[in-house]
Design a binder for this molecule. Sequence first.
Ligand code: NAP
Ligand code: MG
Length: 505
Amino acid sequence: MATAARAPDSRPHVELASTATRAFLARPPHLIVAGVREDWTGPTIATVDPSTGEPLATVAAADADAVDRAVAAARTLLRDPAYAEMRPADRERMLLRLADLVERDAALLAELDALETGKPLGTGRGILQGAAAFVRYMAGWATKIHGRTFTPSPRQPGLTLHGYTLRESVGVAACIIPWNVAVLMAAWKVAPALATGCAVILKPAEGASLTALRFGELVAEAGFPAGALSVLPGFGGVAGQALVDHPDVDKIAFTGSTAVGLRIAAAAGARMARTTMELGGKSPILVLPDADPDATARAAAHAAFYNSGQICGAGTRLIAPRALADELAERILVIAGGYRAGPALDPGTDFGPLASPAQSDKVRRLLAAAAAEGGEIARAPLTLPDRGLFVAPHLVLGADPRSTIFREEVFGPVLTVTPYDDVEEAIGLCNDSDYGLAAGVFGRDGRAVRRAVRALRAGTVWVNCYHVYDATMPFGGLGRSGLGRELGEEVLDNFLETKTVAEAY
Ligand code: NAP
Ligand code: MG
């Protein structure tokens, strides 16, 4: 009885966070409407700290009226010549400032992300560096958006024509993002939308709203005018759906699950709203017979278990020569067995929990289905904390291509291993998927690697490496993995329309 009484609401994991992070958590529910923070008295979302399973925060759940106000403010801003005709160099300068602000606030953002989604601090820091680098890269594009000139061949005698194209902002862009890497997803969409002169409404996922709200404040601090960005946390079926159906939203840039993406694309298509769809994946890792087993196993473990497998591009199907498959599986289990699982804010943690009860339930259900369908399940021998939403890395050995675990996206730390006898068969196994987001190829013979690269049906192929996302390199999927590309020069197309001009002179 001599120990000091702990306050009833004290939460040891939250107490590891800085004062600034705890102050942010303690804020009342709020939205950012047209760049301005608004306290919110409407419906809310109760979030959970996945490291402990305890309640974390109460977040605003925007309604259709908040969506209307944000869209109206966006439309008003687009009519304002000060924004519509802003010098590209000024947009560049504000985006450069935004990149600096993301770096300035990296500790706060990484801690909020760790608390909201269970992402280990080190993982979160790395992802934020990528977000800042991409915003900086997009700043450079703001001054390099231009059309082309043409010399047409008119059929009317005596007519001479000067032809050219203008690249114009698509207008009001709704950006709907998932929870797994929220600040990165916000940056991937909001930075190109602002570089091209759009006005933006960002709808983060239920479980990752706080980082998005902070990102929204940074956009305002960087100097973007009111109306350039609203951040509306809320339920997908309410705030998300209201954005998708809003007649004044010109473009929906969506990242999330294929199931939701299909519904949004259909609804947007019905009114011809533009869409970009970055959806799920079931990406193969093709091991060629001469691959280095040690390097391949290390890369495969990273491909499958980085961010506890909660990455769209995760490599989740290892397709390996029969002679190598067992050795690779053993090596991968040893590597994953060495991870340190723990609360996300513990600096020693490199393997975090899954982000939500729904996600950990889904992964457990799919593992049970894999066992029921005859898969041999191997668990990496690491110790898990006795609370929190942890699921250990698992392999499913000898996975049948018809089995659910080979076909469905798990979005958790599960890697199937399927042996093959010849390379043609292996390519067939890799391509035997509704998805086509990414693929890895491991091997030393350059000719064999290049043949495989050409035969694989994927938006991105990583050769002797995995999970390389770079501002300069377009990323996106084929088939049910989506439509369009983010990153690189290609992302500009998502937020621009082309106007063709024929001028007689
Ligand atoms: P999700 O359930 O599809 O949700 C994504 C976003 O859409 C959330 O903000 C969600 O809100 C919202 N939403 C749900 N229903 C909606 C509706 N009817 N209308 C408008 N918006 C709606 O996906 P998630 O579980 O958050 O994220 C995991 C998925 O994202 C995985 O499939 C993963 O592969 C994919 N992903 C893809 C990429 C890529 O670049 N290809 C990158 C990262 C993640 P709520 O939070 O309220 O449901
Ligand atoms: Mg969801």
